[in-house]
Design a protein around this ligand. Sequence first.
Ligand code: SAM
Length: 372
Amino acid sequence: MATDSLGAAKAAKNDEFYTQWPDIEREMNAYLEYDPDVFRGKTVLLPCDDPEWSNFTKFFALHFTEYGLKKLISTSYAPDANRNGAYYAPTLFETEAPQFDPSRDMANGKLFVLEAKDISGDGKINIDDLQWSYLKGDGDFRSPEVTALRDEADIIITNPPFSLFREFVVWATDGGKKLSVIGNINSITYKEVFPLIQANQLWLGVTHFNMGMYFRVPAGFVWADTYKFEREQGGVKVNRVPGVCWLTNIEHGRRHEPLQLMTMDDNVRFNKKLKGQPYQHYDNFDAMDVPYTDAVPSDYDGVMGVPITFLDKYNPEQFEIVGSFNAGAHGDEIGATKTEIVTNGKSLLWNGPVIDKQPQYKRILIRRRHTE
Ligand SMILES: C[S@@+](CC[C@H](N)C(=O)[O-])C[C@H]1O[C@@H](n2cnc3c(N)ncnc32)[C@H](O)[C@@H]1O
């Protein structure tokens, strides 16, 4: 019980990580580079947001006219519903507005809308034209009113609470919408997510997840004892989260760039990571193990087991994803024959891939496509 509530508290704490402007800009620019009209005439929904805290609303409000947006909708979660909302204090933007209602301010979520209406009369459409009102409920993305906003939108963009990531992806993809969300790389292996990646309905964004991301954190944030990265960037308190990636179904150029490959022989000779060792086949499944993404060879036609990091370089015209191994966590995965292994002196049956009686962990199974 104690461990459970600690885990929940940790997850809730991570839910209050706010995305920095350059991270949003880099990702959106990649979509725009591929299709300059990607946002034109579109309604963009930013759920799990709050313009006072988040850069997403500010970013899209600033670019509203340039991107040709039809409507920008952003919703925030009620401080009372938020296990980590203790830091919350209403700002002047809210308290000075005629609709401000102290009796609803903590219990209700908020709805922010920007349309092509110059309400401030300054000749521009920008954040000053943002209108807000209270939602009927707490702004939970799963509520009927936020789900109705999802249905109205063309594109959903946010950094959702990490602890509800699976549910969020299911909710967003159920609506059949364009989507761009920040998540942890481990989410790729979730059974709710991996089948979408395999079916080419979801893919990684352009930001390399191996760099990690620095998120803005609330004032009272306490870093883990083991944390050894920057704690401030440009006067803003930040926390680095490794293995963070964007998951999207919006096109970008990187996923159409082919991965440059060497032959198997050249890899064994020149790829320092392989240390001259030949490729190995699994004992219990007909596939070859490729332990590093940069060791994927150009001349192997069978199925290859590659690390998850491969997805950062995945080009669907060059490879197909045929399955995965993750002890069932991916949902429908290719099953290896259960094989006896010995770890720590104990013998057990392992249903993942095995090489020389050693268990091999998460692997994505790919096969080269023949385009020539
Ligand atoms: C990781 S933060 C990101 C905030 C913002 N989108 C950003 O990137 O700067 C996730 C936000 O989701 C909110 N949240 C938590 N649970 C929620 C839920 N069930 N429905 C909607 N929002 C929720 C939290 O209050 C938090 O502000």
